[in-house]
Design a protein around this ligand. Structure first.
Ligand code: PEP
Ligand code: MN
Length: 362
């Protein structure tokens, strides 16, 4: 084949490409009109029956050389892109996306600003076990100017025979101590129907790793006007984590805090593997505050200070850590909770690092 012939054929292809471009865009305009008609008449955008008819029409008329499967695959891409054209512009970017909102979301809890210019510390026992146990931690918080106290009342445990938490009695203890010590209290809720009740007792509703994709729970948490701390699922990708947050925000509740708590890998030296790189990614992709739970991500007391420093240095808005007056007899996570002296040393280390003063921006 001469160069001349090749050029002619290529010219023909270019011409066809331009015609196809024109046709695809013409098709796009019609699709948008259909979208408007459907919206006005309240008809669903998705119509699999119509799509099947279009694919069948192509199959019946295909004379090759492309196989029908190939043609249908190509057209399905066009159909998919067309559906996206019908979406409202605001739906193209997620509500939690930085593209949607450039400024950081700051969640205020009893005067503490989560996602503000200073990193915050959320600390407390794994489980609420008694008034005295939580009070000891809370008084230490007050002595050190800390504002946020965590404690589990509903404990999602791997074994049904392990301590399941005090339930509402635990929430009552938290509420009482939160009021007495003027602390914001954070506790996990596991049942969608308990969400309205929880708003009466806690300042922040926690959704735990095991429930990150409990969509009914996410929707229930999105339907109240109360801060929510959402933990990353132990085998969730960053995208799934972001979409879980979107579930909450899409229901109207914008006060969402993300918490990286490690993911499950083959590594056994730590309880989970802290995905530290998720922090700057979440900060870039979303406008939500991001915390790092250094206790559940490591399961090891000996590396909590280093891990917390790494989290703050990489741009986290704060750190969550478990502290118990007597971890050896704790009813859950006995091995990984700091005692109060260890916690205070940890606090000194963090204060000494200067990382608690100003947030590192990414
Ligand atoms: C917790 O913070 O009490 C907890 C159970 O953590 P996670 O959901 O991250 O395992
Ligand atoms: Mn725990």
């Amino acid at each position: 084949m001469s160069n001349e012939q090749l050029d002619t054929l290529r010219d023909q292809l270019d011409e066809i490409n331009l015609k196809m471009l024109e046709l695809i865009n013409e098709r796009g305009k019609i699709v948008k009109e259909i979208g408007q008609v459907k919206r006005k008449s309240g008809i669903n955008r998705f119509d699999p029956v119509r799509e099947r008819k279009m694919l069948d029409l192509l199959a019946a008329n295909n004379e090759g050389p492309f196989e029908t499967g190939t043609i249908q695959h190509l057209f399905k891409q066009i159909f998919k892109a067309s559906l996206e054209l019908q979406e409202d512009d605001h739906r193209k970017a997620l509500l939690v996306s930085r593209k949607k909102q450039a400024d950081d979301t700051v969640v205020e809890v009893k005067g503490a600003k989560i996602g503000g210019s200073e990193p915050i510390l959320v600390a407390g026992p794994c489980s609420v076990e008694s008034y005295d146990q939580v009070k000891a931690v809370a008084d230490n918080h007050t002595a050190h100017g800390l504002k946020l106290l965590r404690g589990g009342a509903f404990k999602p445990r791997t074994s049904p025979y392990d301590f399941q938490g005090l339930g509402v009695e635990g929430l009552e203890i938290l509420k009482r101590i939160g009021d007495e010590n003027n602390l914001g209290v954070i506790s996990e809720i596991v049942d969608p129907k308990d969400i309205p009740l929880a708003t009466k007792y806690v300042d922040v509703i926690q959704i735990g790793a095991r429930n990150m994709q409990n969509f009914e729970l996410l929707k229930a948490a999105g339907s109240v006007d109360h801060p929510v701390l959402l933990k990353r699922g132990m085998s969730a990708t960053i995208e799934e984590f972001i979409l879980a947050a979107e579930y909450i925000v899409s229901k109207g509740n914008t006060k969402v805090i993300l918490c990286e708590r490690g993911i499950r890998t083959y590594e056994k030296a730590t309880r989970n593997t802290l995905d530290i790189s998720s922090v700057p990614i979440l900060k870039q992709e979303t406008h939500l505050p991001v915390l790092v739970d250094v206790t559940h991500s490591t399961g090891r007391k000996d590396i909590i200070p280093q891990t917390a420093k790494a989290a703050l240095a990489i741009g986290a808005d704060g750190v969550m850590v478990e502290v118990h007056p007597d971890p050896a007899v704790a009813l859950s996570d006995a091995g990984q909770q700091l005692n109060i002296d260890q916690f205070n040393d940890f606090l000194d280390t963090l204060k000494g690092s200067g990382l608690l003063k100003n947030k590192v921006s990414v």
